[in-house]
Design a protein around this ligand. Structure first.
Ligand code: ADP
Ligand code: MG
Length: 415
């Protein structure tokens, strides 16, 4: 079967997204591959489809046990022969799953990195044809990434104990040079092809609104987008609390989420949002990891985040269903001070601090420039668009430019 046919038949989609077909082809040719694509770009399909087409099984190393069950359940729902083995399986479950793998009834096996240190598991895998090894969230192998997991370091040696080396696919959304190098060496990729791409999200409209009254903007925006799902990100817990109270006082029905709340409260908020009981959440960047809500229509940043990576990851949570989404950054000069302060408080290594400050500078440049916002982001991530202006971001689109200038003028008059 052809990859496109698998896409249609098993996943019910009609076409590949940018980059997917190329990554799939590379893995099918048994060539190692490092794919750096943003959150929501559709990395899972890039290994799930070859897994179905290659002989034997594919082992997927994935860091979040909490997500493994959901992922596998949804695959099984789509008639895809997948399973997982982790510390949450009972002995009976594990035994039954090993049996199914041995019998060739399973194509995709999800495991945590720690599982590779389990002797029984390793000797079992030595007796099974493993065609492909997938390292999902591969940046976890690097100390320069944001969720370093020492057990990812064991992958490289583990591969060597297999009777036949499988093809290796590493996937991540983190694109910094240091992390990239670490992934290639620490995972032991060989003659790998590197894909950086699929970063464009054509259905998202980007826009920066400068020097306006932020609260007035949000109130008017929420008024015009009642019942749409959205997230308002703020830089600190205190700001989240303040914005949340203010919006509530003004009669907006919003939820809130930050790491200072109890587990219970956070879970309730997340559930309410997932099931559309509350449409707007005011949150710090703690909100979002692991949330797979596809119909988020807008992301408003009440303050500028610390770098383009964080911004794009958070903004990228809009429009995962492919329908239009709006990503608005409310920028004020004082945001720069806040982020500088946060970096200085949290990073003590001078070299690292300098690096973060230069990333912050790029973020400021995004906010202050008159360039095409989409072009700026894509070139930041190493893509080279063939066009200079997208004609559909806040800086390209004349109507929005006019509207924002009027707002600038208005806010200057008010002062
Ligand atoms: P990532 O791992 O890159 O963050 P996922 O693999 O979780 O992204 O995919 C995000 C969403 O995009 C999922 O809901 C997935 O079903 C959807 N998706 C992936 N590829 C396609 C495609 N070719 N057409 C339509 N939807 C897709
Ligand atoms: Mg993923």
């Amino acid at each position: 079967m052809e990859p496109l046919q698998v896409l249609k038949q098993y996943f019910g989609y009609t076409s590949f997204r940018p980059g997917q077909a190329e990554v799939i082809q590379t893995l099918l040719e048994k060539r190692d591959c490092l794919a750096i694509m943003p959150t929501g770009a559709g990395k899972s399909l890039c290994f799930q489809i070859p897994a179905l087409l290659l002989p034997g099984i594919t082992l997927i190393v994935s860091p979040l046990i909490s997500l493994m069950k959901d992922q596998v359940d949804s695959l099984v729902n789509q008639q895809i022969p997948a399973t997982y083995i982790n510390s949450q399986c009972t002995f009976e479950e594990a035994k039954q799953r090993f049996g199914a793998i041995r019998a060739g009834r399973v194509k995709l096996v999800y495991v945590s990195p720690e599982r590779l240190q389990n002797e029984f598991f390793t000797s079992f895998m030595q007796t099974i044809p493993v065609s492909m090894l997938v390292i999902d969230e591969a940046h976890c192998v690097s100390q320069w990434g944001h969720d370093f997991r020492p057990s990812y370091r064991a992958v490289r040696e583990w591969i060597q104990v297999l009777p036949q080396r499988p093809v290796i696919g590493a996937f991540t959304a983190t694109a910094t040079e240091k992390v990239k190098k670490d992934m290639m060496t620490l995972l032991g990729l060989q003659k790998e092809r590197i894909f950086i791409g699929g970063f464009d999200r054509p259905n998202l409209y980007f826009r920066v609104v400068s020097n306006g009254d932020k609260m007035a903007f949000v109130l008017s925006y929420l008024g015009r987008h009642a019942d749409e799902s959205g997230i308002i990100y703020a830089a600190t817990r205190k700001e989240v609390d303040r914005i949340f109270m203010e919006l509530r006082r003004r009669g907006c029905k919003v939820g809130r989420y930050h790491a200072g709340m109890s587990d219970e409260d956070r879970r309730t908020t997340q559930e309410k949002f997932t099931y559309d009981k509350v449409s707007v959440i005011v949150a710090t960047n703690a909100f979002g990891m692991g949330i797979d809500k596809s119909n988020v229509r807008f992301i408003i940043h009440y303050q500028m985040p610390k770098n383009i990576e964080s911004y794009y990851q958070e903004a990228g949570r809009a429009g995962r269903d492919g329908a239009p989404g709006e990503c608005i950054l409310l920028f004020g000069r004082q945001d720069i001070m806040i982020q500088k302060y946060l970096i200085e408080m949290s990073v003590h290594n001078p070299e690292q601090q300098e690096k973060e400050l230069s990333m912050l500078n790029r973020m400021v440049e995004y906010c202050e420039g008159r360039h095409c916002l989409r072009h700026y982001i894509l070139s930041y991530f190493g893509e080279q668009p063939e066009w200079q202006r997208c004609e559909k971001c806040g800086n390209c689109d004349q109507e929005t430019v006019q509207e924002d200038r009027t707002q600038e003028v208005r806010s200057i008059c008010l002062c």
